[in-house]
Design a protein around this ligand. Structure first.
Ligand SMILES: [Zn+2]
Length: 209
């Protein structure tokens, strides 16, 4: 996967231009975007992404731009730019970012995780895609999407954010949660009681004499 910009884009101009297109992105004409080298920006509520938020903590719910909080949680911002070179490949550049609430796997407290993805995809026809030999595709180099006049942009953005969630999210600094009680010590105590007392054994042997 080709990673590009990996910094949280808090530039006011960028945010404002995304937010001017507020709402859940529907399908788009990807061929038109590529052919005319257009850029599409937008912003929408994070909770729209049901696959992403499933299994996560309850996320901040944003209903309109007025309710976007200072900490920027609950919103997805994105930018998609089409590109086509004469005689070359068509591609799109996708930038998407959001902040989600996850559970820290060290202290088990909630934490805000920044998700950023900036990826370039080659845009191919279905026929080109079918003809691709999977062994020729280097997963680190080549991301491919099949172009369509009804391309599901929401699904692509959601996939990218899901991929951006760390496998084991952790605060930069925190302490592991202390266990409720020490089970190991109890087991050990039980073990000692069950062992025969060596002095009893000795006394029995002496009694036989
Ligand atoms: Zn933590």
């Amino acid at each position: 996967m080709v990673q590009m910009n990996t910094e949280w884009n808090s530039a006011r101009d960028w945010r404002v231009s995304c937010q001017s297109n507020w709402g859940v992105p529907k399908t788009i004409d990807l061929w038109d975007l590529v052919r005319n080298q257009r850029t599409l920006k937008g912003a929408f509520p994070l909770v729209t992404l049901s696959r992403l938020v499933q299994g996560l903590l309850d996320q901040v719910v944003i209903r309109d731009l007025v309710s976007v909080s200072e900490d920027e949680q609950g919103v997805v911002w994105f930018e998609v730019t089409g590109e086509s070179r004469v005689g070359g490949r068509s591609s799109i550049e996708v930038e998407v970012q959001a902040k989600v609430l996850v559970t820290c796997q060290r202290c088990l407290e909630p934490m805000v995780q920044t998700l950023l993805e900036s990826v370039r995809f080659d845009v191919v026809t279905q026929a080109q895609f079918d003809a691709l030999d999977n062994e020729d595709i280097d997963p680190d180099e080549s991301d491919v999407v099949v172009g369509s006049r009804q391309f599901d942009l929401l699904e692509l953005l959601e996939d990218q954010l899901i991929l951006a969630i760390p496998y084991v999210p952790k605060h930069l600094k925190c302490q592991p949660k202390a266990p409720l009680h020490d089970v190991g010590a109890e087991d050990e105590g039980l073990g000692v009681e069950q062992k025969p007392n060596p002095f009893d054994v000795l006394a029995r042997l002496k009694g036989r004499q």
